[in-house]
Design a protein around this ligand. Structure first.
Ligand code: FAD
Length: 373
């Protein structure tokens, strides 16, 4: 009996799992993910803050992040409903908690006001509040907080629950997960991506999606080469206590503190250009804790549970690489830098649409289902 070739995804991080699951949900029968380590746990998404905050991230030079971030955030509620259908109660809920950005000295206050004016001009919903007003919302903020920007429409999610739910949903939909199986090379013949190489075994594929995060440019066989570098982030995981609670992520120019619904309080993150060196080091940990203590003194008493580091996948212009490529049968879902949790719904939608479009043109299959959801 003729068996069609599977659609293969390289990398079982948040992007790979989401693309694999979405393909299955949209009627593709055979999807296989090859993951170098443990799907969901080995990538940056396991270490990330899980902030879904396009309004806080809106930058002077990249309003694309804001616009695409809002678009992606708007896709989250539907995606989470679908995830609940396929993974059950392990699917997380979104927390529409907002973001508070803090300033503690004259320079920071000036910069915060500049950022506020910029957002207001661009139509971003934002409020400027005094230190007193910030402490009314968050009584445990330090008296050093002079001014704050309140971004009520930002959100966050438990990113660990999210990747585990995606993994579960992918499997429940019949996807095949190969763990501890790094792909060393994409095999391209006659201008078409036809297989992935694992060890010395070639696995043939109908399509191949590269979603190997910060390691994407290490996957061989790609032409032109992907230019993605790892930007290291170190994070400290503290345990929340009743006397040290926050309602939403708070950020200063030097640190963020994010309360998670599983009792973790994340203090992050560094941004280091040190290649793939994953060691957690004393200096950044000391500085992050100091900066956190400066605005939220209650951290002093909290137990340190975890010290973590991972790599943001960064392109030269910090724009992601998503969808079709110049090579037939080859797709990308990578380069999401510091926004991969936020951008996951949009990226998975774009890649799935691109693969389905090719499949439909090849098989003259006419869909009545319309756009990918
Ligand atoms: C400290 C930190 C904080 C962050 N905070 C946020 C945040 O608050 N909000 C937000 O939106 N984003 C945040 N990010 C960014 C976000 O985590 C990333 O953009 C996102 O995880 C990228 O997803 P990915 O699937 O491309 O890569 P990853 O999540 O890194 O997954 C890549 C996977 O590919 C696997 N792999 C690698 N090479 C191969 C190979 N050759 N073959 C097979 N598998 C392979 C890896 O083992 C890994 O499992 C943060 C990142 C860091 C580091």
């Amino acid at each position: 009996m003729h068996r069609s070739k599977p659609h293969i995804v390289v990398g079982g991080g948040i992007m790979g799992l989401a693309v694999g699951w979405k393909l299955l949900r949209n009627g593709i029968e055979q999807v296989e993910i090859f993951e170098a380590g443990e799907a969901g746990r080995s990538g940056a998404a396991w270490v990330a803050g899980g902030m879904l905050c396009p309004r806080a991230e809106a930058g002077f030079e990249d309003m694309d992040v804001y616009e695409e971030g809002v678009e992606s955030l708007n896709l989250y509620p539907l995606l989470l409903n679908e995830l609940r259908e396929d993974a059950g109660d392990v699917a997380p809920a979104i927390d529409n908690c907002g973001t508070m950005m803090l300033a503690t000295n004259a320079d920071e206050v000036r910069e915060l006001h500049r950022q506020f004016e910029f957002r207001k001009r661009e139509g971003v919903p934002v409020e400027l509040i005094t230190g007193e007003e910030a402490r009314e919302r968050e009584p445990l903020l330090s008296a050093k907080v002079k001014s704050a920007m309140w971004l009520a429409k930002d959100a966050q999610i438990n990113n660990r629950k999210l990747v585990l739910a995606l993994r579960q949903a992918f499997r429940n939909r019949g996807g095949t997960l190969h763990e501890q199986e790094p792909v060393s090379e994409i095999v391209i013949r006659n201008g078409r991506a036809v297989a992935v190489l694992c060890g010395d075994v070639e696995h043939e594929a109908s399509s191949i999606t590269v979603a190997a995060g910060a390691w994407s440019s290490k996957v061989g066989g790609l032409w032109p080469n992907l230019s993605i570098r790892p930007v290291k982030g170190q994070v400290i995981g503290l345990r929340i206590q009743p006397f040290a609670k926050l309602k939403q992520p708070i950020r200063t120019p030097r640190v963020y503190i994010v309360p998670k619904d599983d009792g973790r309080l994340l203090v992050g993150a560094t941004s280091e250009e040190v290649g793939y060196d994953k060691r957690v080091t004393a200096g950044p940990v000391m500085e992050l804790l100091h900066y956190a203590w400066d605005v939220f003194p209650a951290v002093f008493e909290l137990e340190i549970e975890e010290l973590m580091a991972s790599f943001r996948p960064a392109t030269k212009d910090h724009r992601p690489i998503v969808g079709d490529s110049e090579t037939n049968g080859l797709y990308y879902a990578t380069g999401h830098y510091r926004h991969g949790i936020l951008m996951m719904p949009l990226a998975a939608k774009k890649v799935t649409e691109a693969i389905l479009k090719h499949r439909h043109t090849q098989t003259h299959f006419v869909s009545t289902a319309g756009a990918v959801l």
